[in-house]
Design a protein around this ligand. Structure first.
Ligand code: F1P
Length: 345
């Protein structure tokens, strides 16, 4: 998005997609896209699913590479299999791509590390250039992956004619404004730190979101697990009543992503269900929201943006929450136990 600042015409957006720009017209004709990835990158793929379905009306599946590689997946001519990987070296993702290639898929990649094994076997791809992550747990890789997937989806939708020129331009202008809005969220760091202090010794957390914010809920839970070693689960908010609701009491913090979007009213009623069971709620809300703020124990505001761009903003307070809780628990946030930066076996 930084590259797009101030540039809003169609060609510029596609130029930023580097090695993939010649594939946009082919992607626009795709019958099916399968994302293969692990961990945080898999969550970025889930955001990609919403984006490509919503904007380009393409059938998308998101596979854990570690499962896909051991199945006998059906690949048809013209299917695209797109790997998402920070390191570009994840063994499961590499093996999934090799399998897809052997079955005739067109294989593409979204990787961070230039010249990595995954980028070398893909037909084309985009480097996210998010710099080497110092910490093991992916944070800026997620933001960069989601940004690139958003750009590909917007460009594909425009090439396919599923969005009009006005929508195309509006989305690019919004995307270009994201870095500034991220800066705004970072100004809430102290406030998030204060909230984190109150939850440092919780044993379990639930993260809930709907639509594009469902993968963000999963990512919030994963980050907390990875760096603080607190048990955390992410669910689609509507799934709560199918089981997790049994866990809710005053000792179980519930983090809702409750921004003003097409799911807002439904999320509000999910929050009511949690409050009725004495759950303590931390909510990520849109700037200026009053309704949710009055219902919950703690609210963290994010600036308004288009619904499809929300994950780029809503994930930031969750990353900060995990960070502060982990630091207060005395964890090494850069080198969490048992985790490796590249899972090559
Ligand atoms: C995937 C991943 C990361 C996670 C940890 C272990 O890596 O699961 O999401 O934070 O570093 O590996 P990658 O394929 O995106 O490099």
């Amino acid at each position: 998005a930084d590259c797009l600042r101030g540039r809003v015409n169609a060609d510029d957006a596609i130029i930023q997609l580097g090695g993939l720009r010649n594939h946009i017209t082919k992607l626009a004709k795709a019958k099916r896209i399968v994302f293969v990835a692990c961990g945080t990158s898999w969550h970025a793929g889930l955001v990609g699913e919403y984006l490509f379905e919503e904007l380009a009306r393409i059938n998308v599946e998101v596979e854990y590479a570690s499962e896909f590689r051991y199945r006998n997946p059906i690949i048809k001519e013209g299917d695209f299999v797109i790997a998402i990987s920070q390191s570009g070296e994840t063994a499961d993702t590499l093996a999934a791509l090799e399998l897809a290639k052997s079955k005739g898929a067109i294989i593409l990649g979204v990787c961070n590390v230039v010249g990595s094994s995954i980028s070398r076997i893909t037909e084309a791809g985009v480097y996210t250039h998010a710099g080497p992550e110092i910490g093991v747990a992916s944070t800026k890789a997620f933001t960069a992956q989601v940004t690139v997937l958003t750009m590909i989806a917007i460009a594909t939708a425009q090439a396919k004619g599923t969005i009009d020129d006005e929508t195309y331009r509006r989305l690019l202008i919004e995307l270009a404004a994201i870095p500034q809005k991220v800066e705004e969220i970072l100004k809430s760091a102290e406030e998030i730190k204060d909230i984190s202090k109150l939850f440092t010794f919780a044993s379990n957390f639930i993260f809930l979101g709907r639509g594009l914010n469902f993968p963000v809920a999963l990512e919030g839970a994963l980050k907390l697990k990875e760096i603080s070693y607190i048990h955390a689960e992410g669910y689609p908010a509507a799934e709560m009543k199918h089981g997790p609701i049994a866990l809710i009491d005053e000792d179980m913090p519930v983090v809702f992503i409750a921004t003003k979007d097409s799911s807002y009213e439904k999320v509000v009623s999910n929050i009511q269900e949690v409050k009725a069971r004495k759950g303590r709620v931390i909510a990520i809300v849109s700037e200026g929201d009053v309704q949710v703020k009055e219902m919950v124990d703690f609210a963290i505001e994010v600036p308004n943006t288009d619904e499809i761009l929300q994950p780029l903003l809503t994930v930031i307070p969750l990353q900060l929450l995990s960070y502060y809780i982990a630091v207060m628990r005395g964890r090494n946030v850069d080198q969490p136990r048992n985790l490796a930066k590249s899972v090559t076996v």
